[in-house]
Design a protein around this ligand. Structure first.
Ligand code: ACO
Ligand code: PYR
Length: 495
């Protein structure tokens, strides 16, 4: 069995309150979704705006493998706008519950059905593939729902879909509901919302009951609590149900990060598959198990979804994990030194701190009595910012005893300072900032700011932190300490 994926990140996903993508951003995401292997991209709703039509046209022009689809109401104007964008298909949505028909459309049910059928015929006459969706299907009268779906098939709908618009299905009801509709004579799609956190479970049950297509969004973004998460459905189908899709699972993580970046909807750390902690381990017992056999605490390999395993240090660390980390950084320690390092990491954990790679290396060097010369030293940093200024920074660094003066501009003062530092380093090392997290530890505007970053140099990633009352200084210090550590590690590797 193979399940078709309709990705609606660019339509239902973009309906996430506060999210709005430019045509260029939509195009970038569509290209990535096509590479990922989704079968259908619901790329927007042509009636919505000029920008939306521009995005649809740009995406269509690419001639992607995926079918490009526009949302449309049962209105000729919506279909005409979709036709002007030259899409392959429309997702024609018509409410079927009494609540939506009576209170929202305020039309008699017969008229709604008639309009739906006219719209399908019109779209088919104009060469479009039609996926006909019953909106609020799960709160609809089953007899009316089946009638309208059957008539839609007779009118030429290529696929039918029943939407759990406000996410009220349970897995048991989903199985029963989609099982009943799968007896109709057209391919059936499942479209579930996540109001009770059940969208993925309900989608899987719908597919199990006979549906052959599922609607989903990257990271589960969408209206209110969102839609079913594509990455979770695909990996569950593959790993737990032995069901194939066309998705290249190795691209799931990078796609998730791209969508998070462009939409500004960040992912909770404990989110399945793509959350930062999904393949991170801190507890000593877990790390020990994983080092012996990864399956002990990992149901799938991180590589399956384009990720790497990560061991995090903190209060729950065990000796196996610490040994692994010290080996990774090439520290040779005896039993007594190991014990001292272990205790200091535990103490930091007890103080409520997570222990970054730079922290661990500083502790280890201190215990081993290693005095590492810092290659990069900050002499001066000046930042100007304001409502009528482009944020600009100048830095003076001493790198290998050479004085370097550079300036940079950015979207804000922190960005400007980091741009200036990166420019100063250009001739020495190509350092990339992979992640940047900032937290205010205490209450007011005079709060202590905790900056934790991840930097990459070649294939090595390192975490570093700085805690200061000034966000610019905390960011600059975290960056420079990470750079020094990466360069020291590189030097150690060469000698
Ligand atoms: C469950 C879902 O996700 S549905 C998809 C939701 N997506 C969107 O809403 C896309 C973004 N929306 C928009 O840009 C705008 O709402 C537009 C362009 C679609 C319509 O804008 P407006 O014409 O100003 O109407 P408005 O948004 O105020 O109201 C929606 C209208 O569509 C009607 N309507 C809603 N669904 C349907 C449907 N499936 N078929 C026909 N008409 C519908 C409503 O009854 C209402 O019409 P009325 O004002 O005559 O009562
Ligand atoms: C069509 C749609 O997005 C819904 O009913 O949820």
């Amino acid at each position: 069995m193979q399940v078709k994926i309709l990705d609606t990140t660019l339509r239902d996903g973009e309906q996430t309150p506060g999210v709005s993508l430019t045509p260029e951003e939509k195009l970038r995401i569509a290209l990535r979704l096509d590479d990922l292997g989704v079968d259908i991209i619901e790329a927007g709703s042509a009636i919505t705006s000029e920008g939306e039509r521009e995005a649809l046209k740009k995406i269509v022009k690419e001639g992607l493998n995926a079918e490009i689809c526009s949302f449309a109401r049962a209105l000729q104007v919506d279909i005409d706008e979709a036709l002007k964008c030259d899409v392959d298909s429309i997702h024609l949505v018509v409410p079927t519950s009494e609540l939506h028909i009576k209170d929202k459309l305020q039309k008699p049910p017969g008229e709604v059905k008639e309009k739906a059928i006219d719209s399908i015929e019109y779209a088919k006459d104009h060469g479009l593939i039609v996926e006909f969706s019953a909106e609020d299907a799960t709160r609809s009268n089953m007899q009316f729902l089946k009638e309208i779906l059957e008539e839609s098939i007779s009118a030429g709908a290529d696929r039918i879909c029943a939407c759990d618009t406000v996410g009220i299905l349970t897995p048991e009801r989903a199985y029963e509901f989609y099982g009943e509709l799968s007896k109709l004579k057209a391919p059936l799609s499942v479209h579930c919302h996540n109001d009770f956190g059940l969208a993925v479970a309900n989608s899987l049950m719908g597919l199990r009951a006979g549906a052959s297509e599922v609607h989903a969004t990257i990271n589960g973004i969408g209206e209110r609590a969102g839609n079913a998460a594509l990455e979770e459905i695909v990996v569950a189908l593959y790993s737990l149900y032995d069901v194939k899709t066309n998705i290249n699972t190795k691209m799931l993580y990078e796609t998730s990060k791209m969508v998070a970046r462009l939409t500004g909807v960040y992912i909770q750390p404990n989110k399945a598959i793509v959350g930062e902690n999904a393949f991170a381990h801190e507890s000593g017992i877990h790390v020990d198990g994983i080092l012996k056999k990864a399956e002990t605490y990992e149901p799938i390999t991180p590589e399956l979804v384009g990720r790497k395993r990560r061991f995090v240090m903190g209060k729950h660390i065990g000796s196996s994990a610490l040994k692994e980390k010290l080996e990774e950084f090439d520290f040779k320690v005896d039993e007594k030194q190991f014990k001292q390092i272990f205790e200091r990491v535990k103490n930091l954990g007890d103080m409520g701190k997570c222990v970054t790679d730079v922290d661990l290396q500083a502790i280890a060097e201190d215990v081993l009595g290693i005095v590492e010369d810092k290659m990069v030293n900050l002499e001066e940093v000046t930042v100007v910012s304001g409502n009528k200024l482009t944020p600009t920074a100048s830095v003076k660094l001493r790198i290998n005893e050479k004085e370097i003066l550079e300036a940079g501009v950015g979207v804000g003062p922190v960005d400007a300072a980091i741009v200036a530092i990166k420019k100063s380093l250009e001739d020495f090392a190509d350092i990339k900032l992979e992640e940047y997290h900032v937290d205010a530890i205490t209450g007011g505007t005079d709060a202590l700011i905790d900056v934790i970053i991840k930097l990459r140099y070649k294939d090595k990633i390192i975490s570093a932190r700085s805690t200061q009352p000034d966000i610019i200084m905390a960011s600059v210090e975290a960056f420079i300490s990470g750079v020094n550590r990466l360069l020291a590690n590189e030097k150690k590797k060469k000698t």
